[in-house]
Design a protein around this ligand. Structure first.
Ligand SMILES: Cc1cc2nc3c(=O)[nH]c(=O)nc-3n(C[C@H](O)[C@H](O)[C@H](O)COP(=O)(O)OP(=O)(O)OC[C@H]3O[C@@H](n4cnc5c(N)ncnc54)[C@H](O)[C@@H]3O)c2cc1C
Length: 188
C-alpha cells in the first residue's frame, strides 16, 4: 500500500501493466504488476492517459454530482432521543442555510444548542471532484465497455454497479474485478 501517491498514467504492456505515479515527495515513479484494478472516481479516470481512445472517452458520459455534506455537533442527540431517527439524509447546504432548512423539518430544536459544525464540498475536494456520478442508463455502450477489462486493466467503483453512491456498489464491483482476474489467471 503506497499512500499519498497520485496515479498519472496506466499503460498496458504485453506481460503486465505499468502505473506511473507521483510519490509524496513529488518524485515520478513507475509501479509494475501483472494486472491493474483502476478504482479511481470515474470522471478522474478520464484524465489518465494511455488506455486507448474509447476507454478514455467512456467516463466522460455520466455527470458527476456536486455533493456536499455538513456535520453539526449538538449537546444532545435529540433526533434519536425525541424523534427516534437513527439514520437517513436531510438535504441542505452551509450552516446558516442548514439551520434554516433543518428548522423547517424539525422545528426550532434544530437551531438550539449547536456546539460546532463542519462541511465538505466534494466538488472542491482534490481526487474526488464530485460526490458520485449518474449514468443515463447501465445499457449505455460506455458503461458496458468499462465492465470489461482494457487489456490487463480492470475497472471498479460504485459507479460500475447498480448501487451508485453506496459502498455496497463499490464492494460488488471490486469483487467482480478480482473474480474476473482470478478466472483469467486460473484459466492460464
Ligand atoms: C457525501 C457522501 C455521502 C455518502 N454516504 C454514504 C453512506 O451513507 N453509505 C454508503 O454506503 N455510501 C455513501 N457514500 C458513497 C461512498 O462513499 C462510495 O460509494 C464509496 O466511497 C465508493 O468507493 P470507491 O472505492 O468506488 O471510490 P472512492 O471511495 O471514491 O475511492 C477512490 C479513491 O481514488 C483516489 N484517487 C483519485 N484520483 C487518484 C489518483 N490520480 N491517484 C491515486 N488515487 C486517486 C481517491 O483519493 C479515493 O481514495 C457517500 C458519498 C458521499 C460523497
Amino acid at each position: 500500500m503506497r499512500y499519498r501517491c497520485e496515479v498519472r498514467s496506466i499503460t498496458n504492456r504485453e506481460d503486465g501493466v505499468e502505473v506511473g505515479y507521483r510519490d509524496r515527495h513529488g518524485v515520478l515513479r513507475v509501479g509494475r504488476g501483472d494486472f491493474c484494478v483502476a478504482a479511481l472516481p470515474l470522471h478522474l479516470l478520464a484524465r489518465i492517459p494511455h488506455l486507448g481512445r474509447e476507454v478514455t472517452a467512456a467516463p466522460v458520459t455520466p455527470v458527476p454530482y456536486p455533493v456536499g455534506k455538513l456535520g453539526i455537533e449538538y449537546g444532545r442527540r435529540w433526533w434519536e432521543q425525541d424523534l427516534r431517527l437513527y439514520g437517513g439524509i436531510t438535504r441542505n447546504d452551509r450552516l446558516r442555510r442548514t439551520l434554516d432548512q433543518g428548522a423547517k423539518i424539525y422545528g426550532d430544536v434544530f437551531r438550539r444548542d449547536v456546539r460546532a459544525s463542519f462541511s465538505v464540498g466534494w466538488k472542491r475536494t482534490p481526487f474526488s471532484e464530485g460526490g458520485w456520478v449518474e449514468w443515463a442508463s447501465p445499457d449505455l455502450p460506455e458503461y458496458r465497455l468499462l465492465t470489461r477489462p482494457a487489456g490487463r486493466v480492470y475497472f471498479a467503483g460504485d459507479w460500475l454497479s447498480h448501487w451508485i453512491s453506496w459502498q455496497n456498489g463499490a464492494f460488488l464491483s471490486a469483487r467482480d474485478a478480482v473474480t474476473a482476474i482470478h478466472r483469467r489467471v486460473a484459466a492460464g
